[in-house]
Design a protein around this ligand. Sequence first.
Ligand code: NDP
Length: 248
Amino acid sequence: MKLLENKVSIITGATRGIGKGIAELFADQGSHVIFTYVSSDEKARELEAELEAKGVKARGYKFNVADYKACEDMAAEVVKDFGSIDVVVNNAGITRDNLLMRMSEEQWDEVINTNLKSVFNMTKAVQRTMLKQRKGSIVNMSSVVGVKGNAGQANYAASKAGLLGFTKSVALELGSRNIRCNAIAPGFIETEMTGALDEATVQGWRDAIPLKRGGTTEDVANLALFLASDMSAYITGQTINVDGGMLT
Ligand code: NDP
């Protein structure tokens, strides 16, 4: 028995990295996958084909998750075409790093809108459907940086910490309707993006982690699957770190 058989999952930002890992694992576990992206058209079409080859329906939507109306329109179309929305993984996120002294208003706004307002947008967009269904799982992608803070990332840390407060509040508001909301706080996850970094620097990071390695997208996807599925039916309002023990 697959853990997400015939479920309908929306995953934001799935053309690369962690979101893509989640989309693949969810499809392996029988979920239809609706994913979003903002620029990578070719990768989106490739992912649709890859997921459909696993025997589920897949559809990529191109829009900015910071756009409230676009999120609402997408969710309405998904309900019309798929009949339900069981899982939402709010994964899309960006960084615009700078010391506070040099951080522009634009860098602040862009990160808060993409990483935090987007989660408000998507949660609002699916709330009514999940309330009617009397079930749903919302998974928000935070970061260890949201738990701990990080020099040079005040905007990103604020967005990821904001997500944690949002997650707990939604869990409190919607728990009585069997809608769960949890957050994942990944540590250092090695993706194509981190592959471009200086190897000596990256090795230094690995050495400082108790499990002595960077995380993989699968490490994060496994937790997303657990939180999305009925395996976590009695878990809500939590933040779970996937960080190899980094914050221990
Ligand atoms: P990537 O940069 O590899 O991928 C980001 C994805 O989000 C892409 O699919 C991108 O689409 C999409 N996206 C970006 N901006 C928007 C937008 N405005 N609207 C819609 N989609 C958008 O990210 P990662 O896989 O590294 O990270 C995923 C999440 O995990 C993020 O929230 C990040 O903050 C968090 N995280 C990552 C860690 C890491 O070590 N990698 C550690 C801790 C947390 P497109 O391809 O079209 O640009």
